[in-house]
Design a protein around this ligand. Structure first.
Ligand SMILES: Cc1cc2nc3c(=O)[nH]c(=O)nc-3n(C[C@H](O)[C@H](O)[C@H](O)COP(=O)(O)OP(=O)(O)OC[C@H]3O[C@@H](n4cnc5c(N)ncnc54)[C@H](O)[C@@H]3O)c2cc1C
Length: 383
């Protein structure tokens, strides 16, 4: 019996597992190695932070999904690969052999090069850890409303922007319910570029910036964080290359995506950031027995931004090629689309839509559309 092993329950693997469960291959043993039981769906995560969704509404239960797909469920963290003997090395359990391997483990924000960033900031990924800090912060605020809370978000891409809108929204709700002054909330967004969402049209950046400013969120552009340390009053102090400094209580780190360091230790061909290089079959360019999808994969001939929308789109073609490979059939290429729609939730049950040069909103109608798409996506998975 051939062994197909999936590492990580990211968006592509969630779809592959679901489709495998509907139409499995006999004589193949499927195994999922995942370091979490419930994995977040990125489209609804900001809405969870704003308090619009429950935890279960925006998390895919990988254990139930594995059961549906009749896959062996291994709760562990992959930490290396032996590619000569085709073995996955895990943190806690015995090594897991494979004939065919697929990796969909996402990415993490880059912190390594900035002194103090690892020690004093809260990276958005792994999201499970980020959410623990977030819940802890909410508890602290609810125990001491009178105290001013100063938060900073570092990063001005779609993740940083959505986080700013939705953190602000949740804290505003909490302070309003407790009849506390909203000026106790101080939220900063620090970004090294000239404008937010720099890979999108300037009209979208301006719209988003105006909305953030209307909510008294302080924007700091052209600021490159060079160091973070502890301030005298137990807070954290951000130092930027320009000489600008900012004291705050929590720093959320949402900068450019980087790859998990263990991937670089394997013999897989990677790009300069450590992402696995794959061809248009989503197959490693160095090891044909390994496939990769989602943020961790970089398609050599069709590179695209690290976004959930591509991870979702890769799910079905990935599964098709895994099946073809197991059956010794020719693989089929997958070319991702060039332009893609983003729907940015603005924290007030409204959303902005952007595709190519066009952008619309923010509007309640777009939020309802986004909500419909996201809930429909989640409904396909077992609870
Ligand atoms: C706040 C925020 C909002 C975002 N909003 C959007 C959006 O609206 N639209 C959009 O397109 N993108 C969005 N993104 C980007 C999106 O989150 C990612 O591109 C997407 O999650 C990548 O999916 P993935 O399948 O690569 O991996 P992920 O969804 O990150 O999943 C990887 C899984 O692998 C597991 N894993 C990791 N390492 C290991 C290991 N060693 N062993 C076993 N398991 C492991 C993880 O726990 C996780 O379950 C957002 C990101 C953030 C931070």
């Amino acid at each position: 019996m051939k062994k197909l092993v999936l590492i990580g329950g990211g968006h592509s693997h969630a779809i592959a597992l679901k489709q495998w469960g509907i139409n499995p291959l006999s004589d193949v043993k499927l195994t999922l190695i995942t370091n979490v039981i419930k994995t977040p769906y990125s489209g609804m995560l900001p809405g969870y932070i704003a308090g619009f969704y429950s935890f279960d509404q925006c998390h895919i239960n990988l254990q139930s999904l594995a059961q549906f797909s009749q896959a062996q469920f291994v709760l562990d963290q992959a930490i290396n690969l032996d590619l000569e003997n085709n073995i996955v090395i895990c943190k806690n359990q015995a090594s897991i052999p494979f004939d065919l391997l697929s990796i969909d483990i996402g990415s993490t924000p880059t912190t390594v090069t900035i002194p103090g960033a690892t020690q004093y900031t809260i990276p958005l990924k792994p999201i499970s850890e980020f959410l623990q800090y977030w819940h802890q912060l909410i508890d602290e605020i609810q125990q001491n409303y009178q105290q001013k809370i100063r938060l900073a978000i570092v990063g001005g891409g779609a993740g940083g922007v959505e986080l700013a809108f939705n953190i602000h929204s949740r804290l505003t709700q909490i302070y309003q319910q407790a009849n506390q002054p909203l000026n106790n909330i101080e939220l900063h967004l620090i970004y090294q570029g000239k404008r937010l969402l720099a890979d999108r049209p300037i009209s979208l950046s301006q719209k988003v910036e105006n909305l953030l400013r209307n909510r008294q969120i302080k924007l700091h552009f052209n600021e490159t964080v060079s160091q973070i340390d502890q301030s005298q009053n137990q807070g954290k102090k951000i130092h930027c290359q320009s000489g600008f400094t900012l004291e705050c209580d929590r720093i959320f780190w949402v900068t450019q995506a980087s790859a998990s360091p263990w991937v670089k230790k394997t013999e897989l061909a990677t790009d300069e950031k450590g992402f696995i290089l794959v061809n248009h079959y989503l197959q490693s360019i160095s090891h044909p027995q390994v496939f990769a999808a989602g943020d961790i994969a970089t398609m050599v001939n069709n590179p695209r931004p690290k976004a959930g929308v591509f991870a979702v789109r890769q799910g079905q073609p990935l599964l098709n090629n895994l099946k073809r490979s197991l059956q010794d059939q020719p693989l089929k290429p997958f070319i991702p689309q060039q332009e893609f729609l983003i729907l940015i939730g603005t924290g007030d049950q409204k959303a902005i839509a952007s595709k190519g040069k066009l952008n619309l909103g923010s509007s309640s109608l777009l939020w309802r559309w986004k909500d419909y798409i996201d809930q429909k996506f989640m409904k396909q998975f077992p609870c």
